[in-house]
Design a binder for this molecule. Structure first.
Ligand code: FAD
Ligand code: SF4
Length: 456
């Protein structure tokens, strides 16, 4: 009863050949056995570590009894996407980091139990009843976790909701960014269908700021929520960045995940690099590197200017990448991409780095070591250095105030500088996490509900 049950994983040799999911979930017996490890703490410190305060002890108590439908109801009271969150939330620094069981042993596998409950619900739940309408209309910009959560909360409160999505498919980063082997798209589709079943009207191929404008939405709806994410990739601005074979992780992953470039006969292919360099060490970099392995690369090397301790990716993702054969060249940074006479990338010139004094972020500043230049042969370089919000919406609506790096400014209720226009998720915080985006979507919806009912 004291041993933590970990989620089963496919062997590295097996999983590096395809895009099928790396982990498989708990079965009923394992989920119940793990739930029995929960002490049902009265003050529930685990809940304090959860950005949307899932009622974890109550969920565990229901799973212990084998009441999985009851457990799903408890989770879904605060989290509309439990199957997604059970897979991609960084539980080790959230709920599980606060679990009392972790003080003298290992924390309860909260994420794995949540994933089991979410998957059980997707397989067994009946179609949700459509809530009664209250005669208010809301427009949601973007169908990522922030937009979907805001939509679901407003729908449950009786609003009519239209979602405007620029791509041809709803889901945001859940469908175009996070790879199939970590988050199967069929499952994301089912969770989105559950939100749509509440009555959402999803308008795809609608680019707000191009095909429809914020002021038009303001005049047609009682409230607007902007959850347009942070999809604009950053580049290094070094020589050779426009060579064939140098691309952003955004483009690489979107072609693979959304457009299915890993499948045969795909109409939107992507180059299959032989020797691939990935620049950066966050979750996006790990996803790009692990995708390149599966796309048949002979070598994949992550180049990162800081050390192992400073790598921002989840430890589990780094371990998975290493097991799958990804190499790490730490304390190094590209200074130039070099190409052949046809403009194709052939090598990446790098320089070794050393860590100096802490910078504004508190992390030690990487500095180049003079005379330590070296070259890595590569026909593909994927840049994964972070993203910022696309300025399309703010440029087309000058009254919408923005802050550093183009993020939308909001007050404590997530209201923007415009009346009845709210915003949340990566569009406000810059690139963050699924659960923080969901928390923001929920909070904005609650602000809209209380504002329109005259409470605020
Ligand atoms: P998004 O998910 O970006 O959704 C925004 C939506 O708005 C998109 O569908 C976009 O097409 C649409 N849109 C943009 N502009 C417009 C417009 N003008 N008009 C209409 N629609 C528009 N987080 C985790 O918690 N765990 C992870 O393991 C993890 N891995 C990640 C891996 C990758 C590769 C990436 C890129 C991110 C990862 N994240 C992870 C971060 C997480 O996915 C994001 O923080 C989260 O999706 C943000 O949600 P959002 O709703 O704010 O924005
Ligand atoms: Fe259960 Fe851990 Fe939460 Fe306590 S802190 S209620 S043991 S999950």
């Amino acid at each position: 009863m004291n041993e933590r049950h970990n989620i089963p994983e496919r062997s590295p040799a097996d999983r590096r050949k395809d895009f099928f999911e790396v982990t498989s979930g708990f079965d009923k017996q394992t989920a119940m056995a793990e739930a029995f490890r929960c002490l049902g703490c009265k003050n529930a410190p685990c809940m304090q570590g959860c950005p949307v305060s899932v009622h974890i002890p109550e969920m565990m108590a229901a799973v212990k009894k084998g009441d999985f439908a009851g457990a799903a109801k408890i989770v879904k009271a605060t989290n509309f996407l439990p199957s997604v969150c059970g897979r991609v939330c960084p539980q080790e620094v959230q709920c599980e980091s606060k679990c009392v069981r972790g003080i003298k042993g290992s924390a309860v596998s909260i994420g794995a139990v949540e994933r089991f409950v979410g998957d059980y619900d997707l397989d067994n739940a009946k179609t949700a009843e459509k809530p009664e309408k209250i005669g208010k209309r809301a427009a949601i910009v973007g169908s990522g976790p922030a937009g979907l959560t805001c939509a679901a909360t407003l729908l449950n409160a009786g609003f009519d909701v239209d979602i405007y999505e620029s791509l041809h498919r709803a889901g945001g980063v859940l469908v175009y960014g996070i790879p199939e082997f970590r988050l199967p798209k069929e499952l994301v589709g089912k969770e989105i269908d559950n939100v749509i079943a509440l009555g959402a009207n999803v308008k795809t191929n609608e680019v707000v700021g191009k095909t429809v404008f914020i002021d038009e939405l303001c005049s047609s709806y009682d409230a607007v929520f902007i959850g347009s994410g942070a999809g604009l990739p950053m580049f290094m601005n070094i020589p050779g960045e426009s060579l064939n074979g140098v691309l952003s992780a955004n483009e690489y992953l979107t072609r693979i995940n959304l457009m299915g470039a890993y499948k045969e006969n795909c109409i939107t292919p992507v180059q299959r690099g032989k020797n691939v360099i990935v620049v950066g060490a966050g979750n996006v970099a790990m996803d790009a590197a692990r995708s390149a392995v599966r796309m048949g690369a002979e070598s994949v090397t992550v180049v990162y200017r800081r050390g192992r301790e400073e790598m921002p990716a989840r430890k589990e993702e780094i371990r998975h990448a290493e097991e799958e054969g990804v190499k790490f060249r730490l304390l190094a940074n590209p200074v130039r991409f070099t190409g052949d006479e046809n403009g194709n990338l052939v090598a990446v010139e790098c320089i070794e780095m050393q860590l100096g004094e802490p910078d504004a972020s508190g992390r030690r500043r990487p500095e180049p070591k003079p005379g330590s230049e070296f070259t890595i042969n590569a026909d593909m370089a994927i840049i994964a250095l972070g993203t910022s919000p696309n300025p399309l919406i703010s440029r087309s609506c000058p009254d919408l105030k923005t802050g550093r790096r183009g993020t939308l400014e909001t007050d404590e209720n997530l209201k923007t500088s415009l009346e009845n226009v709210y915003a949340g998720g990566d569009a406000v915080t810059g690139a963050a996490t699924v659960i923080l985006a969901m928390g923001a979507g929920k909070k904005a919806a609650e602000s809209i509900i209380s504002k329109l009912s005259g409470e605020q």
